[in-house]
Design a protein around this ligand. Structure first.
Ligand code: ADP
Ligand code: MG
Length: 671
């Protein structure tokens, strides 16, 4: 492998002559021809024959070979499983939406007719829908009402190598549904597991040693570059690499940069755009496109549009572009080697989001994006030695996350012995027990004849598409006469942020926000914004003036009415607390008490659950203040362990929420 060293101003790039390639414009080739040009098309009739016969199959093929968009159509065209629906699961909602749009376009039908999608809080399907793209989480929710998944004749578990918690649980659920349907002489369920690369044996073994079908890929050679020295600042290294390539490579060669998250991506995008304005004349223009999961679908589709002639496309993406979304025209990949992922402490049950190193498998996936249409290059912003030290495979999420939601769902599915659920990769018994303890603290489970079952409260909790702690807050809200407010807050937390923070207008933005800020914390500040928004009747002008994202606010309204409907079905009495917002905080304390922190004499904070030192995130409205007790939504681990989204609470409320638990945790010095 060759090496290069990013540094200031720019390092040299080994140039190869004659690499100019005609760009395959997506728009210029008719969509039917595009379909036939996909590698999978060569195997179409063989695949149909195989899939017709098999009950379960594992299908492996390089990203971009056409698995996700074509397999559902092939099944439909060959009338396989026409009695019911074909479900195609995706780990990410944006992928589900964009893939459904693409397949509807290929089928020349309106989205929501033959081809539709279902993601949390959004259902674009109809009675005509036969091909249904959905998040893995949604299929799991449907399984609670219909454990045999009788609406479906085929379930395609896509992106299986990602091993999201939901997909991992679904493996067990579809496997058991398949078996039970056979035993009960019902319409059989076909299971197709699809993936780019993965531990094939593990999957085949788990699904009763089913056959593995390999798709011939189109992978061109890729030049791999490493840095000579470890980079302390991967963002700076990425920036340098982008402009190095931009100055030296033909404009039609697009660049894909793998980064860790929205904030970092937006910041680098701004820097790139600024620098691009001041380049010498011999440098062409640059089109910088961010790509991350919470981006609105319309903006996300921009990555598929070719750049104007003579302009270079630079895509700054999270790991979403590793396999879920395939972009043509990529000639260069820049891999920071980092990813934001969950990490979990099984003893405490605390889950943190942290930026960490990718696995080797991920690094290869990322590199592969550069060789789809012709040979390409990957710039790894780490040394070869660092690469050698990466973990070979990403640890499945189920082994590194809080399992409270999973356990609640398994119990709601009626699985008798959750500790012995047929997981493909078992989480540690410790982590499972911690999750059950948490559900116990929330009042969701009880022992009945030596068997763990859901309490009436637990059953109700499972009917909300929410984490157990938020479901609990909603369910308790009638006791505090503040359901309308708690519904609003939980809805606000369930969509992408409604706060619009353009860095160029920081001062203005802060001034506008001050009107809503309250020392009661972030939840109540959000509530104030929502209330003001309602008062002016969702006025767009108002949103602009107050730096509120009106589109996301619209989503909040939709989510809220769906959650409200569930409450009404449960015959809950929904009242507003008006100005008495202390009730809201008290109710939130009853849901979030496991995420509580206490101010220490030295001004720092300690998480009550783990006694770990935590700090208030600078984005919080409580950042300047020093409240004695807070509850928070999540922990983010960067330079410190930060609490994000905080709510001021009384110590008494915490004790009232879980007396036994806090008797052990609280500092005894307090009277
Ligand atoms: P796989 O699942 O094997 O990774 P896909 O079926 O997702 O492959 O993609 C096949 C091709 O379809 C990709 O090369 C991509 O260029 C194209 N494609 C997929 N989605 C879209 C979209 N929304 N717009 C334009 N092209 C798309
Ligand atoms: Mg795919």
């Amino acid at each position: 492998a060759k090496r290069f060293k990013p540094g200031s101003p720019f390092f040299r790039l080994d140039k190869k002559p004659g690499m100019l390639l005609p760009r395959k414009g997506n728009a210029s080739v008719p969509i039917d021809v595009q379909r036939k040009n996909l590698p999978i098309y060569q195997a179409k009739s063989q695949l149909i024959n195989q899939l017709r016969q098999l009950h379960s199959a594992v299908l492996i093929g390089e990203t971009g070979s056409g698995k996700t968009t074509q397999i559902p159509q092939y099944l439909y065209e060959a009338a396989i499983g026409r009695q019911g629906l074909v479900a195609v699961t995706q780990p990410r909602r944006v992928a589900a939406i964009s893939l459904a749009s693409r397949v509807a376009e290929e089928k020349k039908t309106q989205l929501g007719k033959l081809v539709g999608y279902t993601v949390r809080f959004e259902d674009v399907t109809s009675s005509e829908t036969k091909l249904k793209f959905m998040t893995d989480g949604m299929l799991l929710r449907e399984a609670i009402g219909d454990p045999l998944l009788l609406r479906y004749t085929v379930v395609v578990l896509d992106e299986a190598h990602e091993r999201t918690v939901h997909t991992d649980v679904l493996f067990g659920v579809v496997k058991s549904a398949q078996r039970k349907r056979r035993e009960q002489n019902k319409v059989p369920l076909k299971v197709i597991v699809m993936s780019a690369t993965m531990d094939v044996d593990l999957f085949s073994q788990y699904f009763n040693k089913c056959p593995v079908l390999y798709l011939e890929g189109r992978q061109h050679p890729i030049n791999i570059f490493y840095t000579k020295l470890p980079q302390s600042d991967y963002l700076q290294a990425a920036l340098v690499s982008i402009f190095q390539i931009h100055q030296e490579a033909p404009a039609s060669h697009d660049i894909l940069v793998f980064m860790t998250g929205q904030e970092e991506i937006e910041a680098l995008a701004r820097t790139c755009r600024d620098i691009a304005k001041h380049l010498p004349d011999n440098c062409g223009p640059m089109m910088v496109i961010p790509l991350y999961a919470s981006l609105p679908p319309a903006q996300q589709l921009r990555v598929f549009q070719p750049a104007p002639k003579g302009c270079r496309k630079v895509i700054l993406s999270t790991n979403i572009a590793e396999t879920s979304i395939t972009i043509s025209g990529i000639k260069f990949v820049i891999d920071t080697g980092m990813v934001k992922a969950k990490r979990f402490n099984p003893e405490s049950g605390l889950e943190v989001l942290a930026v960490q190193r990718v696995s080797k498998a991920q690094a290869w996936q990322r590199a592969g994006r550069a060789g789809r249409e012709a040979s390409g290059s990957v710039y790894r912003l780490y040394t070869e030695e660092e690469f050698d030290n990466l973990l070979p495979m990403t640890v499945p999420e189920i082994q590194r996350c809080n399992l409270a939601s999973v356990m609640l769902q398994l119990l709601a599915l009626g699985i008798p012995d959750v500790m012995n659920f047929d997981f493909m990769s078992k989480p540690s018994p410790e982590a499972m027990r911690t999750a059950l303890d948490q559900l116990d603290l929330l009042g969701a489970v009880e022992k009945k004849d030596e068997e763990l079952v859901l309490t009436p409260l637990g059953k109700k909790m499972a009917s909300f598409p929410l984490e157990p702690r938020y479901a609990k807050a909603i369910l308790l809200s009638p006791d505090f006469q503040c359901s309308e407010e708690v519904l609003t807050i939980v809805s606000l937390l369930s969509v992408d942020t409604v706060l619009y923070n353009p860095p160029a207008r920081r001062e203005e933005c802060l001034a506008a926000r001050r009107k809503f800020t309250t020392s009661e914390g972030d939840h109540l500040t959000l509530l104030n914004i929502y209330r003001a928004f309602k008062k002016v009747n969702a006025n767009k002008e108002w949103c602009r003036e107050n730096f509120v994202n009106s589109r996301n606010m619209g989503m909040v309204g939709e989510v809220r009415s769906q959650l409200r409907e569930i409450c009404l079905k449960l015959s809950m009495k929904l009242e507003s607390c008006g100005a008495d917002t202390g009730r809201v905080r008290r109710c939130l304390a009853h849901g979030l008490f496991m995420n509580a922190a206490e101010l220490q004499p030295d001004g720092s904070y300690t998480a009550l659950d783990t006694h770990q030192s935590v700090a208030i995130h600078p984005s919080s409205v409580l950042f300047q203040g020093k409240p004695a007790y807070v509850v928070f939504n999540e922990l983010l681990h960067t330079s410190k362990c930060y609490m994000r989204d905080l709510c001021l609470v009384d110590a008494d409320w915490l004790v009232e929420a879980a007396p036994e638990y806090f008797r052990r945790k609280l500092r005894p010095t307090k009277s």
